[in-house]
Write a protein of this length. Structure first.
Length: 142
């Protein structure tokens, strides 16, 4: 019911992001989505990719500070308000979202998020018949 996400800690200086992207390029790993949240000195680059376990291994081997975590991914219709409807379902269940980002893939919206209450989120997804994306389904979307 979840997918793997890489969280990469990178210094806010020229060239650090390109190092990460070149490592993934050389391993022929396809980026599906990415986002960067920055602070004064460091950024957190979150990546959904075609082969997260291999990406994790390759980045670690190159001395990159990376963590692998499970996040939820919900497929949405590509129409205004779809994300709001899903987020409202979780809010109504008092499930807080630590962070959220979205992207379009093959005509579908994808909402990626992390919560501190994964068990309740899983239950809510099932009870509301939300179209979740599992790791094995990612390759079918691109």
């Amino acid at each position: 019911m979840t997918i793997n996400q890489l969280s990469i800690f990178i210094e806010n200086k020229a060239g650090t992001l390109v190092k990460v992207l070149k490592i993934l390029k050389e391993a022929q790993i396809q980026l599906i989505a990415s986002t960067i949240a920055d602070t004064v000195e460091y950024g957190i680059c979150r990546i959904i990719c075609s082969e997260p376990l291999l990406a994790y291994k390759m980045l670690k081997e190159h001395g990159v500070s990376v963590a692998l975590s499970d996040v939820f991914a919900i497929a949405l219709d590509d129409k205004p308000g779809s994300a709001a409807d899903v987020v409202e379902i979780f809010a109504n269940e008092s499930i807080g979202l630590n962070y959220l980002y979205s992207f379009l893939l093959n005509g579908k919206g994808v909402l990626v998020f992390r919560t501190d209450n994964a068990e309740k989120a899983k239950e809510t997804i099932i009870l509301n018949n939300l179209n979740f994306i599992a790791e094995k389904d990612l390759s079918k979307l691109n």
